[in-house]
Write a protein of this length. Structure first.
Length: 147
C-alpha cells in the first residue's frame, strides 16, 4: 500500500500533467466575471457583501475551476452561524469545512456560469467520472484513474 501511495504522489507532483489551463490575472475581466458568477450564490448563503480570496483559479477555453475562500471585504471572517442560510435552516456549519467554495464554471455565450459549486466541502466531489469528462482540463490531478 505504501508503495502505491508513494507512486501516486510522485505522479501528482511530477510534470506528467501538462498544464493546459491558465490563471486569469487579477484585474482582468475574466477573473471578475468568474467571481461574479459565484457571488450571487455566496451572498444568498452568507449574506452580502462577500469578497473572495483565490486559492486556485484555472481557466481553459470555456471551462474553469475555482477554489475560493469567502470573507467580508477587508478580510473579515464570516461566522457561518450568523448567515442567512443558517437562519433558513439550509446550512449546518458543524458539517462544513469553513467558508470555502469549490466552483466549476462553464461559459455560455459571453457569460460565465457557476454550474456546479459547494460551500465547505469535506470531500472532493468534483473527482467524479461525469464531471471529469467535462472539466478534466482544469482539474486533471483530481481525475487520475477516472475515465
Amino acid at each position: 500500500m505504501f508503495r502505491f501511495v508513494t507512486i501516486l504522489l510522485m505522479l501528482v507532483a511530477s510534470p506528467v500533467f501538462a498544464q493546459s489551463w491558465t490563471t486569469p490575472a487579477r484585474g482582468t475581466q475574466t477573473r471578475q466575471d468568474l467571481m461574479d458568477a459565484i457571488r450571487a450564490h455566496a451572498e444568498w448563503q452568507l449574506g452580502a457583501p462577500v469578497q473572495f480570496v483565490v486559492e486556485d483559479l484555472r481557466q481553459a477555453g470555456d471551462i474553469a475551476y475555482g477554489s475560493l475562500r469567502a470573507q467580508r471585504p477587508g478580510g473579515g471572517a464570516i461566522n457561518l452561524y450568523d448567515t442567512p442560510a443558517y437562519t433558513r435552516g439550509q446550512l449546518y456549519p458543524e458539517e462544513l469545512d469553513g467558508a470555502w467554495y469549490h466552483v466549476l464554471y462553464k461559459k455560455s455565450g459571453r457569460t460565465w456560469v457557476a454550474v456546479e459549486w459547494s460551500l465547505g466541502a469535506t470531500d472532493v466531489w468534483w473527482s467524479w467520472g461525469p464531471i471529469c469528462r467535462v472539466f478534466r482540463t482544469v482539474i486533471e490531478e483530481y481525475c487520475v484513474g477516472i475515465n
